[in-house]
Design a protein around this ligand. Structure first.
Ligand SMILES: [Zn+2]
Length: 493
């Protein structure tokens, strides 16, 4: 039986309507339990929690950390619907073995802001066409930015400069963002640095790689959103009123372009929930001390990510680090189920990647656990299923497995370090939040391959479950013979 996948671009009303339909569907094969919210956003929007199954192996699917990554929220809802109905591979779901938790929307304020803005723009127009145009225009802008960055890198490399390229790149975009960029600007920039360049070669690069002869702002993909204002948020509850007030204040304190309402990543206080961690907070603070304001990636705009805004700063205070209420909620929730937690999948939006954490603690400790094995095994199986599932649909796409054991930059990494099977999933192969992932056939396939992979994840858990709560200790006796002692894992979180 096929999955039931609807093309849907949600907003506040639709989000609640879809939830109600899922929870109360008479055709549900497995009961959906509505649990207490795990916490509340700063304006008081609940962070909802649902579960299916009553088994001892608990798995958590969460989405909506970044408000503009709307495909994630959509996916977790469609996953919940299909699991409840026992559709597709979920016909074989075993509710007596598993409890699957769903936290479809971690950052309601960012999601409702983005989706109110989108609905204000799309109205009754052809949604599929709007998504396709958005995707193509986003790609066009992104390619142009890459061409310019490649040119910068090419001449930077030739110079063998000791200072860092990221800084030079930031310097370029800070200087030229917002005005029409033409070839002369690059020449001007190179002579100011100074970087020697072959004029002929530079012109050849520019003409061959950049389709348009100039780069103009705002980008075409942003244009449908330039006439928005905060009135797109209706004041239907006191929470909505507060949301609108907070965002008005944010746009009053700094001249953010209005189109950012349609690509709103942070919560209403202007904090980016993934960057809301102490490591990144300190890193950004250091960069700001060295270079001044640090802009977001040029594809989004030129506003600083160290100031509370639509893209989001790492902390409410620029001097001290605080977790947001949304992150405290998930930290507490996972801590409460830590000994029953067999996988946590944090769904983000674009890239088609699974971030895993191949950390081998046996290098540091005499007593080792199986984190490394569990983590890799689950990631490997997940990625294999994704690939097979794509192939079944006649597509040869794959997801990439990403792991940076030493690098902690996001809140997702904080969780990856704590739990053996915590993953950050970049769902869609098509870029361009929020609407890019809604192009066909990418949209349908994103849903389908990840539902298949969810069922395979549950099967992998059954194969490795005996390892979660065990450790082993290696000792040598006085004759040099090895002794393995099996121990029970104690969680030190
Ligand atoms: Zn994200």
């Amino acid at each position: 039986m096929e999955y039931d996948i609807n093309f849907q671009i949600l907003n506040y009303d639709l989000f609640y309507k879809v939830l109600e339909n899922i929870c109360e569907n008479k055709d549900n094969k497995f009961n959906v339990i509505t649990c207490n919210p795990i916490g509340y956003s700063p304006c008081g929007f609940p962070i909802h929690h649902f579960s299916i199954g009553t088994g001892p192996y608990e798995v958590v699917y969460m989405a909506g950390t970044h408000g503009n990554e709307i495909i994630g929220v959509d996916f977790v809802l469609q996953l919940m619907k299909n699991l409840a109905l026992g559709k597709g591979k979920f016909a074989f779901f075993r509710p007596e073995l598993f409890t699957v938790h769903f936290i479809p929307l971690q950052n309601p304020e960012g999601f409702f802001t983005t989706t109110y803005a989108i609905h204000n723009v799309i109205k009754d127009n052809d949604r599929k066409k709007i998504c396709k145009d958005y995707y193509l225009n986003y790609r066009k802008a992104n390619n142009a930015i890459h061409v310019i960055n490649d040119i910068l890198l090419h001449f930077f490399k030739q110079e063998n400069l000791s200072n860092n390229f990221e800084m030079l790149k930031r310097h370029f975009w800070k200087k030229f963002y917002g005005r029409t960029i033409i070839l002369e600007h690059l020449k001007q920039f190179f002579s100011e640095i100074p970087i020697k360049y072959d004029e002929c070669q530079l012109e050849k690069f520019w003409n061959s790689k950049l389709q348009a002869q100039m780069l103009t702002f705002p980008f075409d993909y942003q244009k449908p959103f330039i006439n928005l204002d905060c009135n797109c948020i209706p004041e239907i509850t006191s929470k909505h009123q507060m949301l609108k007030r907070n965002i008005e204040k944010m746009f009053h304190n700094y001249p953010y372009p209005n189109y950012m309402l349609g690509n709103f990543c942070a919560n209403s206080l202007g904090i980016n929930l993934n960057e809301n961690n102490e490591y990144y907070f300190n890193e950004l603070k250091r960069l700001v001390q060295e270079e001044g304001n640090i802009p977001v990636a040029p594809i989004y705009g030129n506003f600083p990510k160290n100031i509370l805004g639509p893209f989001g700063a790492p902390s409410f205070s620029k001097d001290n680090f605080f977790y947001t209420t949304e992150n405290i909620a998930i930290l507490n929730f996972l801590k409460n189920c830590q000994e029953k937690l067999y996988a946590f999948i944090n769904c983000h939006s674009t890239g088609g990647q699974l971030y895993f954490y191949p950390y081998d603690n046996s290098i540091n400790y005499k007593e080792s656990d199986f984190t490394f094995y569990i983590n890799n095994r689950i990631a490997t199986d997940y990625l294999k299923t994704i690939q097979l599932s794509y192939q079944e649909s006649g597509s040869f796409e794959t997801y990439e497995g990403m792991g940076y054991p030493s690098k902690i930059s996001g809140f997702g990494d904080i969780l990856r370090v704590k739990y053996p099977a915590s993953f950050l999933l970049e769902l869609s192969r098509a870029g361009g939040n929020p609407l890019g992932p809604y192009i066909f056939p990418n949209y349908y396939l994103t849903m389908k391959v990840n539902m298949d992979a969810c069922m395979s994840l549950l099967n992998t858990i059954l194969k490795v479950q005996h390892l979660y709560n065990k450790t082993y200790e290696i000792n040598y006796d006085r004759f040099g013979r090895i002794k393995y002692n099996e121990k029970v894992r104690t969680f030190k979180l």
